[in-house]
Design a protein around this ligand. Structure first.
Ligand code: F6P
Length: 354
């Protein structure tokens, strides 16, 4: 049998590198690994797993699915004995949850226990998303503001996929690595070392049913993709929409692409659709670590200063050249420039041509 690297062996190897990986952080990653195995088992049981969960409307105003509740509990139960964790924030909890067994609480965990859960009834891939932050020094009593750190402060980010195979994609700030669960032995093995996102792409992902609410730069971008060979880009594009961010980001890590959940006017009280702390930030770190880019259209997501735990934000991420193109379109629009195809901006020799 070919030599296979387990997640534990990978973490041990990372600990030998310079700068060495904090053993406490490695321990937390192993707890995340265990939680993902439990969640994978529950998700694969589908309806059979749902009986015991009582659901409600969560803090987002969204109706929980039984598996949202189960997955949230599984992460909490796994992390409750983690002595290096000070507290957690979850999509399914209103406020921070202090870890009772915490002795040396130097880390904070922020997570979405089951991303894309509207897909559960359809048996389509869902996943969990994790962001690890350092706890401010000397903190005794956990407060929401301890979690309000910009994405550049993350020390690790990960997401899992519960699909045809179970995967864990991880960054510790030195590249992005994918692990696949061998269900027969119950172990994650390194199967996708050093994932890199191609700089160019001909594939985009957006929920086109929201088109009437988009801003002109996004409308323009999507329009030119749809015009394909006969439009200003001169090449045909492909479109995908899984409605599971974890699945979309994994596709982008494998073959490139751009994913957009942009600012829109559908509900002006929300700053966007996706949540900054446990969706946009960890996914942006992973995408940047794999050579891609991530922006709101106007700002690098990882530099946004959070103001609320469940804050929403516009997200444009993926292949670097397409994200940068979208940023240029936003800049042009904000300068009051004409984004119609009649505009000289889109003439054959303009900076907007590829
Ligand atoms: O925020 C959760 C999420 O399910 C993402 O995983 C996904 O990208 C998006 O929402 C789907 O949105 P929509 O319901 O508009 O397709």
């Amino acid at each position: 049998m070919a030599h296979r690297v387990t997640l534990s062996a990978f973490l041990l190897n990372e600990r030998r590198k310079t700068p060495a990986l904090d053993p406490a952080l490695a321990g937390l990653i192993k707890d995340i690994e265990v939680a993902c195995k439990y969640i994978a088992a529950a998700v694969s049981r589908g309806k059979l797993a749902e009986a015991k969960a009582s659901t409600r409307i969560n803090i987002q105003g969204e109706e929980q699915k039984p598996l949202d509740v189960i997955a949230n509990e599984l992460v909490l139960q796994t992390c409750e004995s983690c002595e290096h964790l000070l507290g957690v924030v979850s999509e399914e909890l209103e406020g921070p949850y202090p870890i009772p067994e915490s002795r040396d609480g130097r880390y904070l965990l922020v997570y979405d226990p089951l991303d894309g859960s509207s897909n559960l009834d359809l048996n389509v891939t869902v996943g969990s998303i994790f962001s690890v932050l350092r706890a401010p020094e000397g903190v005794k009593e956990l407060k929401p503001e301890h979690f309000l750190q910009p994405g550049v402060s993350q020390v690790a980010a990960a997401f899992s996929l519960y699909g045809p195979s179970v995967m864990l994609v991880l960054t510790l700030g030195r590249g992005v690595h994918g692990f696949t669960l061998d269900r027969e032995v119950g172990t994650f093995f390194l199967t996708h070392p050093d994932l890199r996102i191609p700089e160019d792409t001909r594939e985009f992902a957006i929920n086109a049913s929201n088109e009437r609410f988009w801003e002109p730069p996004v409308r323009h971008y999507v329009e030119e993709c749809k015009l394909g060979k006969s439009g200003p880009r001169g090449v045909d594009f492909n479109m995908r929409w899984v409605a599971s961010m974890v699945a979309e980001v994994f596709r982008i890590l494998i073959r490139g692409g751009v994913f957009l959940y942009p600012r829109d006017t559908k509900d002006p009280s929300k700053g966007g659709r996706l949540r900054l702390l446990y969706e946009a930030n960890p996914m942006s770190l992973i995408v940047e670590q794999a050579g891609g880019a991530s922006s709101t259209g106007r700002e690098r997501i990882l530099e946004v200063q959070p103001t609320e735990l469940h804050q929403r934000i516009p997200v444009i991420l993926g292949s670097r050249n397409e994200v940068e193109r979208l940023v240029r379109y936003h800049q042009a629009y904000d300068r009051g420039e004409d984004l119609s195809f009649k505009s000289p901006l889109f003439a054959s020799r303009s900076i907007y041509k590829s």
